[in-house]
Design a protein. Structure first.
Length: 102
């Protein structure tokens, strides 16, 4: 794989992780909007509401964690990309200056 292809792959993979983070963010927001009141459970009331809220809250936290981790993966890939790009540019400059006569 060429250097350019590797760099393109890092960029493409970072976008995939960003897209996943965005999808998880939307799902988390939807989950946050799914709150219900105890009376929404009719005669079953409080205990069922408590169990529902525990599951809903768990899922919201789980989606938030997934969003944070996938966003972090995208950031890490961009950091690797930038590090390699900077190293490559610096190496090119060093080689160029080595061949220039002053």
């Amino acid at each position: 794989m060429t250097f350019k292809a590797s760099m393109d792959a890092l960029t493409k993979d970072a976008k995939r992780w960003d897209d996943t983070a965005a999808m998880l963010q939307t799902a988390r927001a939807d989950c946050a909007d799914m709150t219900l009141r105890a009376q929404d459970f009719s005669f079953m009331g409080g205990e069922v509401h408590k169990q529902y809220e525990e599951v809903r809250s768990f899922m919201e936290d789980y989606l938030r964690d997934g969003e944070r981790e996938t966003s972090g993966a995208a950031d890490a890939l961009r950091k690797v990309h930038n590090t390699y790009q900077g190293s490559d540019d610096a190496a090119k400059d060093r080689l160029k200056s080595a061949w220039e006569w002053h």
